[in-house]
Design a binder for this molecule. Structure first.
Ligand SMILES: Cc1cc2nc3c(=O)[nH]c(=O)nc-3n(C[C@H](O)[C@H](O)[C@H](O)COP(=O)(O)OP(=O)(O)OC[C@H]3O[C@@H](n4cnc5c(N)ncnc54)[C@H](O)[C@@H]3O)c2cc1C
Length: 309
């Protein structure tokens, strides 16, 4: 039996693993993909101590650090089921294999929101994707639309504009909710067209995307010819496994945690974008900080369970 099972191989999960290992806890870290959301961050300019680093390189550093401890076992797999057993918890993976641990850290991050417009499902993977920074490279010299007005949309549009011939940034409001750094950078790019106060209503195409339809005309037409559409309208916390095991959620649907990152279920801790902590400020540095606190909580929990045994 492991001392701690960590679900999530992002900044939160890996930091928990590093701290747990330094507490000499036998640790299993599992994730659907190794690196989490950090893999999609093109440039990270706010990881303290490093002026600039690419997201995948940052995540590689997290992974190497965790791998340097013999206490840490890594596994890339989907966790289908979490259950309470005598003395701890059991995970069941998609393959049917299981793993057991005395405590659990849910560092399951978030998943990209879908718009639900006509053509979105039909053209998903045929020009419609949910990560501009990951997929912009495939649209060199082409025209793309980025939908949204937050950090992901504005950064995504700026990255796309470096390779695409033209980028339409379609946003339902007149102002963005993005870091001024990215907004300023985007506004200085000549090939970006700001399609503001407009909603995307349909994605058009035949075998693949050929255009989008918006609810109000832009430069005289409600249709824009594009080769790709990046939907960047935010994310929802991945809380299914927490709900399975009875963890309470906050009013916004995030895993409810206390100051020690403990959830409402004894022995289960949360960390990162999936939780209510850090004022919902979803960043590498907050995810990592919460991961450290969660591992500290696990250590105290195991110690007090031992003292009471
Ligand atoms: C385009 C983009 C750019 C960004 N740029 C920055 C930036 O410059 N600076 C900054 O601070 N932040 C940035 N962020 C935010 C930052 O990436 C996140 O806040 C951070 O990565 C969250 O880490 P996390 O560990 O909480 O979650 P994640 O990294 O999302 O990790 C969640 C993990 O849980 C796993 N998981 C979920 N469900 C299951 C399951 N059922 N079974 C197995 N595994 C599961 C996933 O596979 C994944 O490994 C950016 C985000 C995006 C999208």
């Amino acid at each position: 039996m492991f001392d701690v099972l960590i679900i999530g191989m992002g900044a939160a999960g890996y930091t928990s693993a590093i701290y747990a290992a330094r507490y000499k806890l036998k640790t299993l870290i599992v994730g659907l993909e190794d690196g989490g959301m950090g893999l999609t961050a093109a440039e990270v300019g706010n990881w303290p101590g490093t002026i600039e680093i690419k997201g995948p390189d940052l995540m590689e550093n997290f992974k190497k650090h965790a791998q340097s401890f013999e206490e840490v076992t890594q596994k890339v797999a989907r966790v289908e089921k979490v259950e309470k057993i005598a003395g701890g918890f059991r995970l069941t993976f998609q393959s049917g294999e299981t793993a057991e641990g005395k405590t659990l850290i849910l560092a399951t991050g978030s998943q990209k929101r879908h718009l639900g417009v006509k053509g979105e499902t039909e053209f998903s993977g045929k020009g419609v994707t949910y990560c501009a920074t990951c997929d912009a490279f495939f649209y060199r010299g082409k025209t793309v639309a980025v939908i949204g007005g937050g950090d992901s949309a504005v950064e995504g549009a700026a990255i796309a504009a470096q390779v695409a011939a033209k980028v339409y940034l379609v946003h339902r409001r007149s102002a963005f909710r993005a870091e001024p750094y990215w907004e300023e950078r985007l506004k200085s790019m000549k090939n970006v067209m700001f399609v503001l106060e407009r909603n995307l209503v349909e994605i058009l195409g035949d075998a693949k995307v050929t255009g989008i339809r918006i609810d109000k005309p832009f430069e005289g037409s409600d249709q824009l010819a594009v080769d790709g559409v990046f939907i960047e309208i935010g994310s929802d916390p991945s809380v299914d496994l927490g709900v399975q095991i009875g963890c309470a959620l906050d009013e916004r649907g995030f895993l409810k945690v206390d100051d020690g990152m403990a959830t409402s279920v004894a022995g289960v801790f949360g960390a990162g974008d999936a939780t209510s902590a850090s004022n919902h400020f979803a960043q590498f540095v907050t995810a990592a900080g919460e991961g450290a606190v969660a591992a500290n909580g696990v250590f105290s929990f195991i110690q007090s369970a031992g003292a009471n045994a």
